[in-house]
Design a protein around this ligand. Structure first.
Ligand code: AR6
Length: 231
């Protein structure tokens, strides 16, 4: 258990703060560690090039719809950087609608290291998958398959070979997976969103009537999948 000592950048000179490299559950209330929590990335808004304004409307609308079904469980929208446009849009829209910020909030970090790096326990994480349900391809899909190891690929293929846009697939993570034993992730939910990128399969060519419907379906399937394992 290594500990680092770093100088405080603000305040008194020479003041030292101890920083543990181990998970710090205390940074979030201890009581929250058993609360079922779904961490999810913004589906379709990076590689699939879906409009951020429209996506943020749909995220907030779907979160609001599922809020009264999830009890004390939590939904957490994750992105890699503080500068994430989708996180700020969603935060603003969720605040406007007075959505309970204890049960829905945004979080900056790698979805594969939420507990060990961020002290946030999430037993379920969502993946912005591809239709083949295969590793690689960059983005969050590559990160999750990498972090989870071969166990996720096998467990996924045992359940389905392909995924259609607007659908989600719940995969229990074998306890041999590092994501399970390091991060406490028991399930990965693959979600396939609408694609607006002409260089990827099933491009909707900016048809946002269809695209919005598919993204709404994707979040409904995701949250239903989470409910099926949270309760
Ligand atoms: N942790 C948290 N958020 C992340 C991470 C991470 N490690 N990596 C990316 N994001 P994307 P899509 C955010 O492109 O648009 C893949 O190649 C990212 O900033 O992963 O649905 C698949 O194989 C963005 O906000 O997914 C598909 O073919 C969000 O995750 C295709 O891309 C989604 O970005 C899916 O494209």
């Amino acid at each position: 258990k290594t500990q680092e000592t770093v100088s405080s950048s603000s305040g008194m000179a020479n003041q030292k703060i101890k920083v543990s490299e181990d998970p710090v559950p205390g940074s979030i209330s201890q009581d929250d560690s058993d609360v079922p929590t779904l961490a999810f990335p913004s589906i379709s808004t990076a590689d699939f090039q879906f409009n951020l304004e429209k996506a943020s409307d749909i995220i907030v609308q779907k979160v609001e719809e599922f809020m009264d079904k999830i009890g004390n469980a939590r939904l957490v929208l994750v992105d890699l950087t503080e500068r994430s446009k989708i996180l700020s849009l969603v935060r603003a829209k969720a605040a406007e609608k007075n959505i309970d910020s204890k049960r829905f909030f945004t979080f900056v970090g790698d979805i594969c290291q939420l507990y060990t790096k961020g002290g946030l326990r999430c037993n379920v994480i969502a993946n912005a998958a591809n239709w083949r349900l295969k590793p690689g391809g960059g983005g969050v899909n590559a990160a999750i398959f990498n972090a989870a190891g071969a166990a996720l690929e096998t467990a996924t293929m045992d359940r389905a070979k392909t995924l259609h846009p607007g659908n989600a697939l719940v995969v229990p993570l074998p306890s041999t997976s590092p994501l399970y034993h390091k991060e406490g992730v028991t399930h990965v939910i693959h979600v396939l969103g609408p694609n607006m990128n002409p260089n990827r399969p099933n491009c909707l060519d900016n048809d946002y009537i269809k695209g919005c419907k598919v993204l709404e379906d994707a979040y409904s399937s995701l949250f239903k999948g989470f409910l099926s394992v949270a309760n």
